[in-house]
Design a protein around this ligand. Structure first.
Ligand code: AMP
Ligand code: TRP
Length: 327
């Protein structure tokens, strides 16, 4: 039997090159070796306010981008988190075995909470729900970008604690980072990670940005005061552009860019990105032209994974002594 893979992306903001290189590209590459489930985590998105109309659209847009980026809906299940109630149900059970101190330590929580006037309790619970996403399917492998490593360690800690309190119930999940692109930085500021929630026109490259926009953003990306690329001594901005280019086109190597003037280097990077995104954008347009297609994919995804989640919920309930009907 193939090992199970699970991962997710929030349907908030615009999916960007960091999401692609850190997550989606890796998913597409490994999907055929595993039984894969890829989630659009709408329940995570609402931990900060989302405009309801926009969120409903973003869920479908994100699903279409999964497919456009190479996720094959025949091979992998594409699932909206809220369409399988086991995620939220298990999250509550796990909440009850999670010490508050573990959640207060999460760096992403601390960073997000700082930006909010009032901090919703969901923001603190966010990583417990993430643990539930993984454990409800007994996933073995979780391919994510580096920013999720701490959340995954927590998921393991929660699984272990549940298992030791109530008996072996959950498989221990492993983190799988991509070899290149696990942490793509902002173009405007190469010391902060590229993120959906940072505003500013020159921060992120959206997967649906037109070629002219991609070229403009890369031309304006922050570098340093050197005139040309020194592969042994790249500043953070140049190193980030190099990572992006190499992840998009493995033929671009440190040797091949050595000594290039920054202007020419940026053009090379921009063309590598444009060529990577072009087929994704074409596929996206094809998919979204058919209004019913995405809904049918999401319904099929839900249908396939529902029995797995229901089985885990039943086991977790029994382990805890909650009510399970005798049938
Ligand atoms: P999010 O945008 O927070 O829903 O993230 C979805 C996936 O993309 C997760 O696996 C993240 O680790 C990954 N990801 C997000 N931002 C980046 C980034 N700047 N570099 C690499 N991976 C990222
Ligand atoms: N929290 C993740 C992020 O923002 C998304 C996510 C939710 C996830 N549930 C998951 C990733 C389960 C991997 C596994 O990047």
């Amino acid at each position: 039997m193939k090992a199970r893979v699970l991962s997710g992306v929030q349907p908030s903001g615009q999916l960007h090159l960091g999401n692609y290189l850190g997550a989606l590209k890796n998913w597409a590459e490994i999907q055929s070796n595993y039984e894969s489930i890829f989630c659009i985590v709408d329940l995570h998105a609402i931990t900060v306010y989302q405009d309801p109309k926009e969120l409903a659209e973003k869920i479908r847009e994100t699903a279409a981008l999964f497919i456009a980026a190479g996720i094959d809906p025949q091979e992998s299940s594409i699932v909206v988190q809220s369409s399988v109630s086991g995620h939220a149900e298990l999250a509550w059970m796990l909440t009850c075995v999670t010490p508050l101190g573990w959640l207060n330590r999460m760096t992403q929580y601390k960073a997000k909470a700082e930006k909010q006037e009032t901090v919703g309790a969901g923001l603190l619970q966010y990583p417990v729900l993430m643990a539930a996403d993984i454990l409800v399917y007994q996933a073995k492998i979780v391919p994510v970008g580096e920013d999720q490593s701490q959340h995954l360690e927590l998921a393991r800690d929660i699984a272990q604690r549940f298992n030791s309190m109530y008996g072996d119930t959950f498989v221990m999940p492993e983190t799988r980072l991509p070899a290149v692109g696990a942490r793509i930085m902002g173009l405007d500021d190469p010391t902060t990670k590229m993120s959906k929630s940072v505003s500013g026109t020159n921060h992120a490259i959206a997967l649906l940005d037109e070629p002219s926009i991609v070229r403009k953003k890369i031309a304006r990306a922050t570098t340093d005061s050197q005139p040309a690329v020194d592969p042994e001594n790249m500043g953070p901005g140049v190193a980030n552009l190099f990572t992006i280019a190499h992840a998009c086109d493995p033929f671009i190597t440190k040797n091949s860019v050595a000594g290039m003037r920054y202007g020419d280097f940026k053009k090379l990077v921009a063309e590598a990105v444009v060529s990577r995104l072009e087929p994704i954008q074409r596929k996206y347009r094809e998919i979204t032209a058919d209004r019913g297609y995405i809904d049918s994919v999401l319904l099929e995804g839900q249908r396939r994974v529902l029995p797995i989640a229901e089985n885990t919920i039943r086991n977790a309930k029994r382990a805890m002594g909650l009510y399970v009907a005798n049938r």
